[in-house]
Design a protein around this ligand. Structure first.
Ligand code: AP5
Ligand code: MG
Length: 213
């Protein structure tokens, strides 16, 4: 059955890690705004040039840039999981309008809840593949910058925004600008909260049980 899912949560809550499991299991497209933006930055496109400074400072990229990018990505898709969008109420309203035009309502908005203390630990231990985006954690496995990705062989790097100062700013921005989106979906009656602690597999089982409902 077609599913249209939004996955939300603070930086480091585990959105990307869960999305990589969910998209395989449910065979749906993942639209990951952070990954799309990082690709634009490394390809030095107009969007990348406009977005880089905001991203490096932990601020949100302006709504109009994001909304245009998402509209392109969603064309022709009736089943998807959105990670990193919407992040402001303006974006959530724009998404509703896009979905109304397509006559396809959202199935569910999942909120992954994790305490700030755990988040800072996770993000300061995160490594990512510069090629395929695979996510690693030095809390789970011996991994360091310059290692080769086990999936695609590209170099493993740290994200520029994974330093303590920028993480604090991302958490502040999340509370101020993105938490109202959580309330927006709660009021619509489609919000499901999931405990984001435990192993990635344990978290996935919680999500899986509510997606299968
Ligand atoms: P984005 O890339 O979306 O960053 P984020 O929201 O800060 O989220 P992260 O990707 O850091 O965390 P995650 O929840 O995906 O965690 P992960 O699974 O990797 O956005 C980056 C920037 O782009 C923004 O700051 C903004 O500038 C811009 N942007 C993006 N979208 C935008 C929008 N819509 N509007 C405006 N601007 C936008 O996990 C983290 C670590 O924890 C990993 O090491 C992982 O292995 C580990 N981990 C995960 N789950 C577990 C677990 N269960 N137990 C133990 N470790 C775990
Ligand atoms: Mg992510």
């Amino acid at each position: 059955m077609a599913k249209r899912i939004v996955i939300m949560g603070a930086p480091g809550a585990g959105k990307g890690s869960q999305v990589s499991i969910i998209k395989e299991k449910y065979d749906i497209d993942a639209i990951v705004t952070g990954d799309l933006l990082r690709r634009h930055v490394s390809d030095k496109t107009d969007i990348g040039r406009a977005a880089a400074a905001y991203m490096n400072e932990g601020k949100l990229v302006p709504d109009d840039i994001i909304i245009d990018m998402i509209r392109e990505e969603m064309k022709g898709k009736d089943s998807f999981i959105l990670d990193g969008f919407p992040r402001t109420v303006v974006q959530a309203e724009a998404l509703d309008r896009m979905l109304e035009e397509m006559q396809l309502p959202l199935t569910v908005a999942i909120l992954l809840s994790v305490d700030d203390e755990i988040i800072v630990k996770r993000l300061t231990s995160r490594f990512v593949c510069s090629g395929c985006g695979k996510i690693f954690s030095s809390l789970r496995e011996p991994v360091k910058e310059g290692d080769k990705c086990s999936d695609c062989g590209a170099s493993i790097i740290r994200r520029k925004d994974d330093n303590e100062e920028t993480i604090k700013e991302r958490l502040r921005v999340y509370r101020e600008q993105t938490f109202p989106v959580v309330e927006y979906y709660r009021r619509k009656g489609i919000l499901k909260e999931v405990d984001g602690t435990g192993t990635p597999q344990e978290v996935f089982e919680r999500i899986d049980s509510l997606l299968g409902e």
